[in-house]
Design a protein around this ligand. Structure first.
Ligand SMILES: Nc1nc2c(c(=O)[nH]1)N[C@H]1C(S)=C(S)[C@@H](COP(=O)(O)OP(=O)(O)OC[C@H]3O[C@@H](n4cnc5c(=O)[nH]c(N)nc54)[C@H](O)[C@@H]3O)O[C@H]1N2
Ligand SMILES: Nc1nc2c(c(=O)[nH]1)N[C@H]1C(S)=C(S)[C@@H](COP(=O)(O)OP(=O)(O)OC[C@H]3O[C@@H](n4cnc5c(=O)[nH]c(N)nc54)[C@H](O)[C@@H]3O)O[C@H]1N2
Ligand SMILES: [Mo]
Length: 785
């Protein structure tokens, strides 16, 4: 493997214009060739880099192995790791430039507290004492239910586990969730519905073998660019795979697709039912696999019998023959890889739609073999860990909150009273946590590494909750942002490259990320902040020992290994040393599987035994939980579960007042609310301000030209954005959600997509529906013509 950096990857203008870089074609079953990308600060060369420090990417969930370049105790660049199983040296365009944010001069470097309405700098003692005092008052006055934690998919495993133990074990509140609720709650739920446990079945290496790759509501070309490079390299090689793309927009994925289905937003279940109808009607199914390894096929067959392609086509606004063509490609694939992301997870009937993709693989027997895998994708770099560690509305180690033995096991591990672990219902989901704050029963909210004042739906409501009297808000971040501005206490956090920890990507690959430089000013790793809080609160276990018992990242990792033992996400075979020696390793990694596990469910065995499973599942139409004894009857032999659902129309449907369907999402150049990417000049220049995509026919009908400034209005609010006329399907508007207000110029306008989105969520996963709204359009002023 050549480790010489590929200069095409380090040339700023070329990678902004072509985010995917040079092709390295390969054929089915071959090894994906290496291509090492690197970008260093001006004036820095490979010779002047003092050291390279091991890490992985944190601006998406792909988990690309990277080295951070350090000189003069500053981060001065990044290079892809040639030997990493995920990226074989490649680096995403955001990662090539995004590291510059770390040394930006406007980092938060001291804590702040609100005094007479203003945030003023203070010492750590003053800030932490204020938090401890308020926590004690609330615990005395109301008890644990007054306190909630809203965390992230961007901290490290060690940090989530610590937070989970503090919240569930030491305080005993059930109000703990992450922004993973906005991100991968549906991925987790779809896996729990089909396999009774979270855990990604597939592996990225399945791309190397597949003859069909299907992307369901996933603009992978812009959101997991390195895995798209892998796909492009297959497309450029011998015997390329066919691509099926399901997305209302003409994304770069759609441009490479054999079949592009562009359904009306919110109609995914109808489309999936139409596809499954055709596949079953043509007998493209594996009856042996269905008989031996699944329950529930009969109900699916009956359900989809009602969705012949014509009916599905009618609901989705696509051509029936195109549905047939896509069904043939999927149904006759010999090795099928499917990925699913926000076009399903944040749309109408999210869980029901994502489950149908699992069904496609189950009825075709396409799981657990090279080239046959489902990737219910993650989005954020560490979202998987929020889920594993129980910082997101699950219990640590994929334990089942509805199984008394699992709860008792956790209590034993943490040496606390079982009654302390509040588990009358599932841990409270994020949207509910904000509702409890609105109703004033939740009175302290500790927000870490997320910016809800831009990323949650219906922002006017979120702002009013965060500023309402009686809610004490702590915000812990690297930068000031729209949320820290509203907080009572702001804690300055160290970020990636400034602390050590592990994290796990979308295909279960665990990476170690090591501290490369000291954090700026008085900012501290999130782990230290959480542990400091625990010590100041005097949290103790049953024997009076400090809780949590650990003191740093390495000891937190050891505690987590113990917690994960015997569970699906078993880390017992992993150590920092092993991760240093080998790079990324996929869990489960145990004595029996010391090299990790490439694919789950290879032998058609699932984690779904009633006594073992993480979840008994839900009714995917109503969201009602399945009772333990019902589950035991339904699935006594630990098989996979096939679940069917009828199409139900979205909550909001375009009308005369709001004639458009509104969807929101991403561009390749920015990460979320841009606290990092807007501080990288190359990325910020590539996409400096918000826009709205609309079709040529909709633009013509309203005499709108490219670049005109438009007002977009929904029942929640109005934003202005410049027009971008694209091949998006008529009747649909797309607005990127990246643009909040912190860096708006003086005459800054209302521009955050979430001013428009509704307070609504999926019945099963509780993930907010950011992708099935309604809107109207008006010309504000013509652009430069
Ligand atoms: N560049 C970049 N990459 C990122 C991120 C980022 O902010 N920027 N964020 C990371 C994170 S946290 C996440 S979760 C992922 C998200 O990654 P993706 O899910 O790929 O990104 P989105 O743009 O949110 O949505 C994907 C597509 O869904 C389509 N869509 C909208 N509504 C519907 C619908 O009803 N049906 C169907 N079939 N499709 C629909 C949109 O047109 C859009 O192209 O990206 C990760 N990677
Ligand atoms: N309309 C619409 N809304 C959406 C979406 C959509 O597609 N459409 N997508 C949703 C999805 S999938 C997601 S994931 C969310 C993302 O939404 P957010 O999580 O709100 O977005 P980020 O900008 O990533 O916010 C992360 C914050 O953590 C800080 N941070 C980074 N690293 C660290 C660290 O190590 N420690 C600490 N303490 N802070 C750190 C960053 O500075 C930043 O302020 O948005 C959701 N909202
Ligand atoms: Mo996400």
């Amino acid at each position: 493997m050549g480790t010489r950096p590929d200069m095409s990857g380090s040339d700023a203008t070329s990678r902004i214009q072509d985010p995917w870089g040079r092709r390295t074609p390969y054929g089915p079953g071959e090894d994906w060739p290496t291509r090492v990308d690197q970008h260093l600060a001006d004036g820095v060369t490979t010779e002047t880099v003092e050291r390279w420090v091991r890490t992985a990417s944190v601006l998406h969930s792909n988990g690309d192995g990277l080295d951070i370049a350090v000189a003069d105790n500053r981060i001065v660049g990044v290079r892809g790791r040639a030997d990493d199983r995920v990226n074989h040296g490649r680096v995403d365009v955001k990662d090539l430039y995004g590291w510059q944010a770390s040394s930006s001069r406007d980092r938060l470097t001291r804590p702040r507290i609100r005094k007479n309405g203003q945030l003023v700098e203070c010492s750590w003692d003053v800030a932490m004492d204020r938090i401890v005092k308020r926590s004690r008052e609330l615990l005395d006055d109301q008890g644990p239910s007054a306190i909630g934690f809203y965390t992230s998919g961007q901290l490290f495993l060690e940090e989530y586990y610590t937070l989970g133990v503090i919240a569930h074990g030491a305080i005993g509140t059930n109000h703990v969730d992450g922004n993973t609720r906005l991100c991968t709650a549906t991925a987790a739920e779809a896996l729990k519905e089909s396999f009774a446990s979270d855990g990604q079945p597939g592996s990225y290496t399945d791309i190397d073998h597949a003859d069909v790759i299907a992307l369901f509501g996933h603009n992978i070309a812009e959101t997991q660019t390195v895995t798209w490079m892998r796909t492009l390299d297959r497309l450029a090689g011998p015997n390329p795979p066919q691509i099926v793309c399901v997305d209302p927009r003409p994304t770069p994925v759609a441009r490479h697709a054999t079949v592009h289905l562009a359904p009306l937003p919110g109609t995914n279940v109808a489309l999936m039912n139409g596809l499954l109808h055709e596949i079953i009607a043509n007998g493209w199914i594996d009856e042996d696999y269905i008989d031996s390894h699944t329950v529930g096929f009969g109900a699916l067959r009956e359900m989809v019998a009602e969705y012949p392609p014509e009916r599905a086509a009618d609901i989705c606004g696509v051509d029936a023959d195109e549905i047939r063509r896509a069904a043939r490609v999927l149904g006759t694939a010999k090795k099928l890889v499917s990925t699913v992301l926000q076009g399903f997870y944040q749309s109408n009937q999210a869980t029901a739609a994502a489950v149908q993709v699992n069904n496609l693989h189950l009825i075709r027997g396409m799981l657990g073999r090279p080239g046959c895998g489902v990737l219910q994708m993650n989005g954020q770099p560490t979202a998987q860990n929020t889920r594993e560690c129980g910082a997101d509305g699950d219990l640590a180690g994929f334990r089942n909150w509805a199984n008394e033995d699992h709860v008792a096991e956790l209590a034993r591990l943490w040496n606390v009273d079982k009654d302390k672990l509040s588990h009358d219902g599932p841990p409270t989901h994020a949207m509910k946590i904000f509702e409890l704050a609105e109703e004033r029963s939740l009175r302290m909210l500790w927000i870490s590494a997320t910016n809800p004042a831009v990323s949650l739906p219906e922002l006017s409501r979120i702002r009013s909750i965060l500023t309402q009297e009686g809610l004490f808000v702590v915000a812990q971040d690297m930068f000031t942002n729209e949320t820290t501005e509203l907080a009572d206490v702001v804690l300055p956090a160290a970020g990636w490259g400034e602390k050590t920890g592990t994290f796990t990507n979308a295909d279960r690959t665990v990476h170690l990320s090591e501290k490369a430089v000291a954090p700026p000013g008085e900012s501290r790793p999130d782990l230290d902040i959480f542990l400091d809080y625990a010590r100041r609160m005097g949290f103790r276990d049953k024997d009076g020992a400090p809780l949590p018992s650990w003191t740093d990242a390495a000891s937190a990792f050891d505690a987590w290994r113990e917690c994960s033992a015997g569970r699906p996400c078993d880390y017992t075979g992993l150590s920092y040393d092993l991760l240093r020696e080998r790079g990324g390793i996929q869990w489960p990694c145990t004595d029996e599987a010391p090299d990790g596990t490439e694919r789950l469910y290879a032998d058609g065995e699932f984690y779904s035994a009633p006594d073992y499973c993480e979840s008994y599942g839900k009714d995917i139409v109503t969201g009602d939980p399945v009772k333990p004894d019902e589950y035991r009857k339904l699935n006594p032999d630990a098989k996979a579960l096939i679940k069917a659902a009828p199409y139900l129309p979205p909550g909001e449907i375009p009308s005369d007042a709001y004639p458009f369907s509104l969807i929101t999402g991403r561009t390749v150049y920015h990460f979320h609310t841009r606290t990092k990417t807007a501080r990288a000049p190359e990325l910020q220049e590539a996409a400096p301000d918000v826009w709205v995509e609309l079709s040529a026919s909709d633009a013509d009908a309203r005499h709108i030209l490219d670049g005109d400034l438009l007002a977009i209005t929904s029942p929640r609010g109005t934003i202005t954005a410049s027009a971008r006329i694209t091949g998006i399907r008529p009747g649909v508007l797309f607005v990127p959600f990246h643009y909040g207000y912190w860096d708006c110029d003086a005459n800054g306008h209302e521009r955050a997509a979430n001013e428009l989105t509704p307070t609504d969520w999926d019945v099963a996963s509780k993930q907010p529906i950011f992708k099935t709204g309604i809107a109207s359009l008006a010309l504000v002023r013509p652009g430069r013509r």
